[in-house]
Design a protein around this ligand. Structure first.
Ligand code: ADP
Length: 926
């Protein structure tokens, strides 16, 4: 079970129980909060009076008859009004014992005057006490340091008191009035704080819990949910005056600005949350654009709200909140219809919030009276919503997990199917290609050779297609692992380029590599994959080019920590409008190319994916009919620079050497020039032999090396031997001839001194090695098995159940002079090795066999060797499975090496030579 499903179980059970407990607690606590609004000391005849012209004085109102409007209950809610509002009520003398407090449970009143009056002698009301207050007054300067307006009233126990309030307010005139003894007030305040503590505590726990899940599952909807509920609760904190009381008690005047900024941010976060929660990116990409627009609007508004008058900003917010909220709800309903698992939770919770906000808005506008429901509608709505969304998140992640498992299972089945198909195709291919390779060694007519080459070529193409499909399915399933090892870039380029040398000659195409001096010797990466990409580029270049040139450039990119590989060709080119799509799956620039040139359209997409996985980039430039440049660049990591000649005493300084290079190819000449600057040797370049002879002064000091290109128009044995080598400056110089593979070199070998023949594509590294060798420098040559010797005495056991494949392998081994012992089952192999104790130098082991398979057989052999203190025999797997997993499986079962079918003679020869070298080493050690 994946971590996601673990977490989703954790979500549904624990979170459900946890949230239910909280909702129940909420239900229990709310009645507790209810009496926070109730009254201890009753107010009599609560009434109000509008004073639009601000004409009244307290004395006038106290002692003349006015048209007071009686309040229906104990509280007043008059909504927005620009008039001055007077409020009055009476207090029974019997209630007035000790210190009595009047609380106006609202913190937003712009200007407030309070008068306490009692009747004097002539039954005339006289003001005995007065207060002035404002919401911008810092807490420390208030009569009573509290976010609400609280006044200690000096009431008389003998006579009735009248309390008069004069209110000017920019905000809704909302007056929950509470009159009580000080002790009772404190108790009530504690209860109220408890309720707020419960609310904010719940939000905080949910926020932390979901933040934790976010870090665990990395699903953005959790993070956006956290931001959303935290901002929502921050809005509540400011709205209830809690923020100003606890966070900025000295700066109450900033309240409003902070409030409008928070509302804009909260709205933006609700849009962001919706986008993620409903997975709109996948389900409704067009709607997504609109929501990004809405989110940007809210963010911009939040930014400008810092400077603009807060009243305006609030107005804009009120106007946009309604359609904005409706759009979000609509997105929820749309997603519900589309079957998005979490959408029902979203819609219901969104309805709850909208309902809560609606009630609260009506309350603020004075349309609903002060009550428990109206006062706490925002918070209750928020808690219910947060609970539902939290459950929705759990459901969502569970659903995503289920979808992912389903997709994984599908892709697993697909990969399995492809692997099996590949195995099944490779097995008969081994017969076809193996026999064809053997047939080539028999006496054939010219026509038969050409037919046979077609069979071999088609077989190879089929294998490439098979490998591409396998690679592609591995990439799709995320199963392609990259190596990260040091490898020799220069050697890799030379070797890969070398593979196409014969093809170039066959097609009559000029083919060369240009590796810049600053290209490192080694970098870190996956050599197999770099080779694969380069091979793909080259194979396309040769496929689509019939005349002209194919050239490889390797250099540092414009950013010096990038290595750039380019393959240029002068082929058919690609139309501009198709350039971008050649890297897309199964796309061919021109569908007729697939008919004319073959191909699956998978090579470049695979290359693109590989390059991306290595952190590089890939691209193409092309002109129709003129050719194309395919390139990729890789980040240079773990560089071992190609600085200079080996830094050793026996390596001479290059400055004393003089080279003459003759070639019509400017690119080739400029490459040598770059190296001459790098290594600081002397260099003269000319375009032809004749040019050199006629232009170089006979008194010129002698050259040490003459690099002569076969592509010079006057290149011939005569020209080189009679004209060039006879020049006074050429006497004794070492000729280096750069020639096309397969050219007749016999005549040139008679030159004195004997020439070095460097075949196209020319490798600077190879020339460097020969140069150092001539200077007597002993260098460690790359170790390679000696392929030229006779293996006649090698004892090889072949374990293969398929008779055709066995015939191919036996014939290949015989071609190497080996007479193998062939058996067709694991049981027989064990009989020979473990019972008859026959010694072998090499066992070639098929993997899939009826009875005991190759893996088990190898494991048994290793166990037996251990038990009997025998030297382990070299076992090489023969497998039609090409996946890395099978290679690992072979090595795990004790085999030493791996050969994939169809068998290629050269590869088998390499493996035999390796085993041969090892036996020799062992023998000499003995
Ligand atoms: P394939 O060669 O197997 O069709 P690729 O993914 O390697 O698949 O190439 C996709 C297509 O890109 C080719 O079919 C061809 O249309 C175009 N293309 C690739 N390389 C070249 C090139 N060097 N010159 C012209 N067209 C090319």
């Amino acid at each position: 079970m994946s971590y996601r499903s673990n977490i989703s179980i954790l979500n549904t059970t624990w979170r459900g129980a946890f949230l239910l407990a909280m909702v129940l607690a909420c239900g229990w606590l709310l009645p507790g909060g209810a009496w926070a609004l109730g009254k201890e000391i009753p107010l009599h005849s609560l009434a109000y009076l509008n004073d639009p012209g601000s004409d009244f004085k307290p004395e006038t109102l106290l002692n003349t008859r006015q048209d007071w409007v009686a309040a229906g209950g104990d509280n007043l809610n008059l909504g927005f009004t620009s008039d001055v509002v007077w409020v009055r009520f009476f207090v029974d003398p019997r209630s007035a014992e000790g210190e009595t407090l009047l609380e106006i449970a609202n913190h937003k009143i712009t200007h407030l005057q309070l008068y306490v009056a009692r009747k004097g002698d002539a039954a005339h009301w006289q003001v005995r006490q007065s207060f002035v207050a404002s919401d911008s007054l810092p807490l420390s300067e208030r009569v009573y340091p509290h976010r609400h307006f609280i006044f200690p009233l000096a009431l008389s126990p003998d006579r009735e008191s009248q309390v008069l309030l004069r209110i000017e307010n920019d905000y809704p005139v909302r007056l929950p009035l509470n009159l009580m003894q000080e002790a009772a007030f404190h108790q009530r305040d504690v209860d109220r704080t408890l309720f707020h503590g419960f609310y904010f505590g719940t939000v905080l726990i949910m926020a932390f819990y979901n933040l934790f899940i976010y870090f665990y599952v990395k699903d953005k909807s959790y993070a956006t949910y956290v931001i959303f509920i935290v901002l929502f609760s921050a809005i509540v904190a400011v709205d209830k005056g809690l923020a100003s009381q606890y966070l900025w008690p000295g700066h109450m005047e900033h309240d409003f600005r902070i409030y409008v900024v928070l509302v804009a941010l909260g709205a933006a976060s609700s849009v962001w949350f919706t986008v993620n929660f409903l997975s709109l990116r996948e389900h409704a990409p067009r709607m997504l654009k609109g929501f990004y627009g809405l989110m940007t609007f809210w963010l911009v508004l939040a930014a400008v709200a810092i400077a603009l008058p807060s009243k305006w900003v609030l107005m804009v917010e009120m106007i946009v909140l309604l359609p904005g909220g409706a759009a979000l709800l609509w997105a929820g309903i749309y997603s519900w219809q589309k079957g998005v698992a979490a959408a029902p939770y979203y819609c219901i919770s969104w309805c709850v919030v909208i309902f809560g906000v609606f009630i609260y808005a009506c309350y603020l506008l004075g349309l609903l009276p002060v009550s428990l429901v109206t006062e706490y509608s925002l918070q209750v709505g928020n808690i219910i919503e947060a609970t539902l969304l939290s459950l929705g998140l759990a459901h969502r992640i569970k659903e995503l997990d289920r979808e992912k498992q389903l997709a994984d299972a599908k892709s697993e089945a697909k990969s399995e199917f492809l692997a099996t198909m590949s195995h099944e195709i490779r097995t008969p291919m081994n017969g076809i290609l193996g026999m064809a390779q053997l047939l080539r060694d028999t006496r054939l007519t010219q026509q038969q050779v050409s037919y046979l080459n077609t069979i071999l070529g088609s077989g190879q193409t089929l294998l490439t297609v098979l490998n591409d499909i396998l690679d592609y399915s591995k990439i799709e399933a995320g199963k392609l692992d990259m190596e990260h090892i040091h490898f020799n870039v220069r050697r890799l380029v030379d070797e890969t380029a070398g593979v196409f040398a014969v093809k170039a000659t066959e097609k009559g195409i000029y083919y060369n590599t240009y590796v810049a001096p600053r290209v490192p010797i080694k970098i870190k990466g996956d050599p197999t994959r770099v080779r694969q990409i380069l091979t793909n580029f080259l194979s396309n270049a040769f496929k689509f080019t019939n005349t002209g040139r194919v050239t490889i450039y390797v250099k540092r990119g414009l950013e010096m920590n990038q290595l750039r590989f380019e393959v240029h060709d002068s082929g058919i080119g690609i139309p501009q409008d198709k350039l971008a799509s050649v890297f897309e799956e199964f796309s061919q620039a021109d569908s007729s190319t697939s008919r004319q040139y073959g191909g699956t359209g998978l090579g470049l997409p695979i290359s693109r994916r590989l390059v991306e996985m290595m952190g590089g980039s890939i691209g193409v430039d092309s002109v129709m009919g003129r050719g194309s440049v395919f390139w990729f660049s890789l980040p240079i990591e773990g560089e071992i620079p190609f600085d200079r000649m080996p830094d050793r005493k026996d390596v001479p300084s290059m400055e004393k050497f003089r080279f003459l290079q003759l070639s019509p190819d400017e690119e080739f000449l400029s490459q040598t020039r770059a190296y001459s600057e790098f290594w600081k040797f002397g260099l003269v370049t000319k375009h032809s032999i004749h040019g050199a002879v006629s232009e170089i002064d006979p008194s010129e000091p002698p050259f040490d090396y003459l690099i002569v290109d076969q592509y010079c128009e006057d290149f011939s044995y005569e020209a080189v031997s009679r004209e060039l080598m006879q020049q006074p400056w050429a006497k004794g110089a070492q000729p280096i001839l750069t020639m096309k593979p397969g050219s007749d070199r016999l005549a040139f070998e008679q030159l004195k001194p004997a020439p070095w023949i460097e075949e196209y594509p020319v490798s600077i590294t190879r020339i460097q090695f020969r140069f150092l060798g001539k200077q007597g420098v002993k260098l460690k040559q790359p170790t390679s098995a000696d392929l030229s010797q006779s293996f006649a005495n090698m004892r090889v056991l072949l374990v293969e159940d398929n008779p055709v494949n066995a015939r191919v392998a036996v014939a290949f081994l015989k071609k190497l002079g080996i007479k193998p012992k062939a058996v067709d089952s694991g049981e027989e192999a064990l009989e020979l090795v473990c019972h008859e104790k026959r010694d072998f130098d090499l066992i070639l082991m098929d993997c899939e066999m009826p009875g005991i398979d190759g893996y088990t057989t190898s494991r048994h052999i290793r166990d037996w060797e251990l038990l009997h203190h025998q030297e382990p025999v070299r076992i090489c797997a023969l497998s039609a499975h090409a996946m890395d997993a099978h290679r690992t499986k072979c090595l795990d079962s004790g085999m030493n090496d791996f050969l994939t079918k169809p068998l290629v003679f050269e590869e088998l020869r390499q493996k035999v030579a390796q085993a041969f070298a090892e036996t020799r080493i062992e023998q000499s050690a003995d």
